[in-house]
Design a binder for this molecule. Structure first.
Ligand SMILES: Cc1cc2nc3c(=O)[nH]c(=O)nc-3n(C[C@H](O)[C@H](O)[C@H](O)COP(=O)(O)OP(=O)(O)OC[C@H]3O[C@@H](n4cnc5c(N)ncnc54)[C@H](O)[C@@H]3O)c2cc1C
Length: 564
């Protein structure tokens, strides 16, 4: 059995930032990732990170934009923490070696992003996530004594002790198939999101909601799960992301009649309204027959209006993506995009120090719901969220560990997980394949739990998910070995995704109003009277989701009509 003050599950930006903070606060740390850390989804983040560092900007304006962006569902005390600490965090990144883009006078350059009243997004061309992730990984190397890295290890479940406090996790060494107990005084979940519940999605194959489901299975509430972000510009063919940085640099959206249709929906902010607003506008144009591309299911993103020199300097990755994955030279012609699943605002309920309602269990990054994004996240606020709340969780968990002895992690849990995995491997080759079930889940979610929703579609999706849960319990895997058996891990991931999808659907059915990313065709208005509250989902004794509500924290921004 291994023992550390802090166990961090996930080594994207949230996990690595938490590990650094915990080590610098004197804790012994284990950080685990099911892929090599620099292959975490954070590496794909393109557009940038928000911080009010311009001379004419102020963190309170950043907070105002974030509250409005959240459609007033974000908790304002948490938003204040994130926005006020952002400039310090950005400077910290720059000091440890992130090569942010600079302007002619040598200051950090900032680009415009959706829903922001000022240029506030610091960036490294369109590889910002990669740039930050690699610098943090270098920094982790400096702490080799305090931080033990477990790369290509897969956490299978969380362990609670006799008092119901988190005492560690069970994990499998993917390379050998060996199982191990990781005993810890505190566990920080940093597993990222669950975009793979949808097909297509901009998210990496590893974004399967493991942390959300594992927390849920030990009784932790998950919150705001109905709030799923569709990004306005994903490739129509395969869901690859075209960064919001393109519109930030001035690109236009056009319908089949060549109109910049955002004039109708958001005359002040145009293409740079918040993502929920732009995605809905696009979907309306498509539904009303003004789409472009195959079956009229797309919209044109016209980057040719941005000077070519600037495109090649600041948007070079999407030039490559357009060429390689759509056969389009975006410097010469418009590219066909459409709204696509991108991010989940919901996740494991935490406070501003990352603490969940379960003692000793923390969460930070996309897996968590603080809630700073409420009904809709602003572009470039997620990298910020991972770093601020990753650091705060790491510091808090390290401090907590000083007063504690190691909790007891029952060894029987290792056997239970090992047997559960062996049983999956031994299933007879009948029933459905894991990949088929995953495919049906993704296409169902994309059909009924997308930009526009209604009771009928959501109910249908719920029925499908319940059937898929049954089928997943009997689905078989082909690989019966122990070395790099990704097949059996895929079966576990499918279970996590189905938990997440079910929580999303039951919350979306429950919320009978339209707010942020949830637009109900059968309840098209926002209803502050009834629904200015978070929906929490916990797992009931019968294994079914149970709903409860918690208040939205309002400090100084009263809900107003939201217009861009
Ligand atoms: C294409 C794309 C572009 C984006 N661009 C931007 C942007 O420009 N600006 C912005 O602010 N946001 C952006 N986002 C959102 C942002 O990148 C993510 O929300 C954020 O990086 C998530 O970081 P994380 O640390 O929470 O999780 P991730 O980076 O997803 O890392 C999750 C970690 O958990 C590990 N893990 C998961 N399950 C297990 C398990 N069972 N056992 C062991 N390890 C496990 C994984 O191996 C990984 O290390 C973008 C997202 C995408 C998909």
């Amino acid at each position: 059995m291994l023992a550390h003050d802090v166990l961090i599950i996930g080594a994207g930006l949230a996990g690595q930032r938490a590990a650094l903070a915990a080590a610098e606060s004197g804790a012994t740390v284990a950080i685990m990732s099911k892929v090599h850390p620099v292959r975490s989804h954070s590496v794909a983040a393109a557009g940038g990170i928000n911080a009010a560092i311009a001379v004419d900007d102020d963190w309170t304006e950043h907070a105002t934009d974030t509250v409005k962006g959240s459609d007033y569902l974000g908790d304002q005390d948490a938003i204040e923490v994130m926005c006020s600490e952002a400039p310090g965090e950005a400077m910290h990144l720059e000091h440890i070696g992130v090569t942010f883009h600079r302007n002619e006078t040598g200051e950090l350059d900032l680009r415009a992003f959706g829903g922001a009243s000022k240029k506030r997004t610091a960036y490294v061309a369109d590889i910002t996530g990669q740039a930050i992730l690699h610098v943090l990984y270098e920094q982790l190397m400096r702490h080799e004594v305090a931080v033990e890295r477990f790369e290509e290890w897969f956490a299978t479940s969380l362990i609670l002790d006799a008092d119901g406090h988190c005492a560690g996790a069970v994990a499998r060494d993917i390379r050998s198939g060996a199982m191990e107990i990781f005993n810890a005084k505190s566990v920080i979940l940093a597993n990222g999101g669950n975009g793979q519940c949808y097909k297509p999605t901009t998210n990496a194959l590893i974004c399967t909601g493991d942390g959300i489901s594992q927390a849920y299975r030990v009784g932790c509430p998950i919150m705001d799960m109905e709030m799923v972000q569709y990004h306005p510009t994903t490739l129509a063919e395969n869901g690859f992301l075209i960064t919001e940085g393109a519109r930030g640099e001035g690109a236009h959206l056009l319908n089949s009649e060549g109109e910049r249709f955002m004039e109708k929906y958001a005359p002040n902010k145009m293409e740079l309204a918040s993502r929920d607003v732009v995605s809905r506008a696009e979907q309306t144009e498509i539904n009303e027959g003004r789409g472009v591309g195959a079956h009229g299911q797309g919209i044109y993103l016209d980057v040719t209006v941005v000077p070519k020199k600037r495109v090649l300097e600041a948007l070079r990755e999407i030039v490559n993506i357009g060429r390689d994955f759509a056969g389009t030279d975006i410097t010469r012609e418009p590219i066909v995009i459409r709204p696509g699943q991108h991010y989940i605002m919901g996740g494991v309920k935490t406070d501003v120090d990352g603490r969940t309602p379960i003692t000793g269990l923390y969460a930070a990054g996309e897996v968590a719901c603080v809630s700073v994004h409420g009904g809709n996240r602003l572009g470039a606020n997620s990298l910020l969220d991972t770093l601020i709340f990753g650091r705060r969780s790491g510091e808090h968990a390290a401090q907590r560990g000083r007063q504690l002895t190691m909790p007891k992690a029952p060894a029987s849990r290792l056997r239970a997980d090992a047997e559960m995995i062996a049983a999956i491997i031994e299933r007879p080759r009948e029933g459905r394949r894991i990949s088929e079930i995953k495919d049906e889940l993704g296409t169902t979610m994309n059909e009924y739990v997308a930009v526009y929703r209604d009771e009928e579609g959501l109910t249908k999706a719920h029925e499908v998910v319940q059937r898929l849960k049954e089928q997943a319990g009997k689905a078989y895997v082909d690989d019966r070995g122990s070395v790099f058996n990704q097949d059996v891990l895929g079966a576990l991931e499918l279970g996590y995704m189905l938990d997440c999808a079910e929580a999303t659907i039951v919350s979306a059915i429950d919320r009978k109003e339209s707010r942020g990313a949830q637009f109900r065709l059968d309840h098209p208005e926002r209803d502050d009277e009834q629904w200015l509250k978070h929906i929490n989902v916990t797992r009931g004794a019968d294994g079914e989701p149970e709903l409860s509500y918690s208040e939205v924290t309002i400090t100084k921004w009263q809900p107003e009509v939201r217009k861009y």
